[in-house]
Ligand binder design. Structure first.
Ligand SMILES: [Zn+2]
Length: 396
């Protein structure tokens, strides 16, 4: 919610009044010098919204505040034009509401537009989360990166590289929401103080690398007849796209990276299709290029790519992974029950390239078990296991 600064107010005072870390208020108001706020200035308070309230018989501002666990000055702050001693029955006032519930409902067909709507809702309630456009898909859908945290340890999570693994986006967005909730309500998650992790890390999240593919799996081909004919042809005439992993051009985005790409190409299909075709050249697709550019620019300490399925964590690439990757994967396995797998005859993936070029820890996490796309009935179980990995990714 937005509030207007009065004489004598300070950001530190707002942090006390709303029981929020000062850091979150500072990060929600980037570009504002906290020592020079002025009367009349608009300040964003994260984790709250303002609701209208109609004054009832017997109400007083003090009682309304007490019932909501607020200081009475929180009410005065959002109702600067009322006389607190002369409330009238039926009068409309504003009431700050602390958000203590999830805005993201992950247990649904989580397509591109759902993702963008939820990003917008999270950003409006939690303005300390930054949202950056990092590129566009083949069909022009925006690729978003979300960032939060003040720390020097830069960590990256991504989901839905593969179209029919879209449940990974729903799971990752749910974690983000829980992280944000935990920060503004100062509730630990599994005993971990998230505000400490916020101070120590900078988390970058690309929740949907392949929006065109996800929409193809969930909604069928694009309306445009040219695209429609093309994808049906790539799909060998079938209109069942549940087996589709690639982007809309039939190129597998996780086979596009410069990490022994020719080896992957040699063993994979040579024409566009639902899966495993790495393209005519490496990094030809805008979604893969956006991920490569982002990764080069940000210089991550470690990356996690979330896929389905198999309940496994791939952590090696051609013995180029650093020694600490093994200890890390053991902890990731401990908190999730997932099985560490070091060697896999597979190349040109995002985490392969990261391990090869930076020699830092990179992980591909295969969430859930069964046949892709995994059913939403698995969502809760997947989330409980993935939560351990999301948290360990931050504290390790
Ligand atoms: Zn995958």
């Amino acid at each position: 919610m937005d509030i207007i600064v009065r004489r004598g107010d300070s950001l530190w005072y707002f942090s006390q009044l709303f029981h929020l870390d000062l850091q979150l208020i500072l990060d929600s108001n980037r570009g504002i010098d906290p020592d020079k706020i002025s009367v009349g200035q608009r300040i964003r308070i994260p984790g709250f919204v303002v609701q209208d309230y109609q004054v009832q018989q017997g109400d007083s501002l003090w009682a309304i505040a007490r019932n909501r666990n607020l200081g009475v000055d929180a009410l005065l702050l959002v109702n600067q034009h009322i006389n607190p001693n002369q409330l009238e029955i039926g009068q409309m006032i504003k009431v700050p509401i602390r958000i203590t519930w999830r805005l993201v409902q992950g247990k649904q067909n989580y397509d591109f537009s759902r993702t963008m709507k939820d990003i917008g809702r999270l950003q409006s309630v939690y303005p300390f989360m930054e949202v950056n456009a990092i590129g566009k898909s083949v069909l022009g859908n925006e690729l978003s990166e979300l960032r939060m945290g003040k720390g020097s340890k830069r960590i990256h999570y991504n989901a839905s590289f593969h179209a029919n693994e879209w449940i990974t986006t729903a799971v990752l967005m749910t974690f983000l929401n829980d992280y944000l909730l935990s920060l503004t309500n100062q509730n630990p998650i599994r005993g971990l103080e998230m505000s400490r992790l916020y101070q120590q890390t900078s988390l970058s999240v690309v929740p949907m690398v392949n929006p065109d593919g996800v929409n193809l799996v969930l909604h069928g081909p694009p309306e445009n007849p040219e695209w429609k004919n093309r994808v049906v042809e790539f799909n060998k005439g079938s209109t069942d796209f549940t087996g589709w992993k690639a982007n809309i051009r039939g190129i597998d985005l996780n086979d596009q990276f410069p990490a022994r790409w020719e080896l992957e190409r040699a063993r994979n299909p040579k024409v566009p299709g639902p899966r495993d075709y790495g393209g005519e050249k490496l990094l030809s697709e805008p979604e893969a290029i956006a991920m490569a550019d982002l990764t080069r620019e940000r210089d991550y300490a470690r990356v996690f790519a979330f896929h389905t399925q198999g309940e496994e964590i791939y952590w090696g690439f051609e013995n180029m992974e650093p020694p600490k990757s093994e200890g890390m994967v053991n902890e990731l396995s401990r908190v999730s029950g997932y099985k560490p797998v070091k060697i896999l005859e597979s190349y040109a993936g995002y985490k392969d390239w990261f391990i090869q070029d930076w020699q830092r820890p990179g992980f591909t996490v295969e969430l859930g078990h069964g046949v892709n796309p995994l059913p939403l009935s698995q969502f809760d179980e997947i989330y409980q296991k993935a939560l351990g990995i999301f948290l360990a990714g931050l504290y390790l």
